[in-house]
Design a protein around this ligand. Sequence first.
Ligand SMILES: Cc1ncc(COP(=O)(O)O)c(C=O)c1O
Length: 314
Amino acid sequence: MIKHFSHARTAFKYGLKTLNIQKEDEILIPDFNCDVMLHPFSQLKIKYNYYEIDNQLKPDWHKLEKLITVKTKAVLMVHYFGQPQNIEKFRNFCNKHKLFLIEDNAHGHGGKFNDKILGTFGDIGISSPRKIINTQSGGILFNNTKIDFNFPQLPPYPISNNMNIIRNYLNYFPNFKLFLKKIIRKRPLYEDPKAFRELEILDYSVDEKSQELFNLTNWGKIIRDRQICYYKWQDFALSKGLKPVYDNLYPLANPWCFPAYTKSKDESAYWYKWGWKNNKLVFSWPTLPNELIYRDSSTLDRWKKLICFSTLSF
Ligand SMILES: Cc1ncc(COP(=O)(O)O)c(C=O)c1O
């Protein structure tokens, strides 16, 4: 079953409800994620605990196993930047420990693994097509469970029509869009892990215009174009001494960006400034929750060195 919401975080929230996860139950989530994915936890009063991931953004399975308690009900698997995780390993792990598998493909809507759409492998899965086609709303919940759940009728996401027209037009000219942005605003502070904090949002379904665009989108073409840009950025990055996060892009993935490691936060700042100057979108990800910024962990160190080249253009 597929349900369309305004955002993937809302899809996640309703996914947790369909799994009947209760107050005080706990979900294991990776220690590298955006703050908005925590909003459903506080809204539903569900607990979470972080599991460690390595530089290829894969779990340390032994440490993950040690975190399981009687309260643990599910594990969140994130296909960072659209690159699939080892799905079979996650599935076997969850089966062994009788946990739900929650799949987050927010970055790579339309990507596949073994010819099956990413997001549909977990007991529930989410994706965020709005991030790929730049619509004002669009988040999907894939539900593979047979658990009965009555979805409420949510109001459509309130959009600005004028904004939609300008946005749709500029989506065809990504480099020109960046050039325009430069005229009207200052460079975003990508080197600040809190710069893009978002307030919690109400529950909405997708708005009609965004849904229309979603239906009209040629996803195959988008994926091909994004992959071409990914490989160009990969060659570029290697020639500049950057270290790609992944050795190879999975051939059916829809890469939201090309992620690479720099050697320091200063080198990352150099690339953010370079992108701004050259009308290329080079950005940091994610907007970290405060608890991950301030705790003593490798998360912030990784964050400072991970930069993303948008695959919307080269
Ligand atoms: C990995 C990941 N999952 C989920 C989300 C939430 O997506 P949305 O912004 O559509 O709610 C984000 C967005 O920032 C994300 O990066």
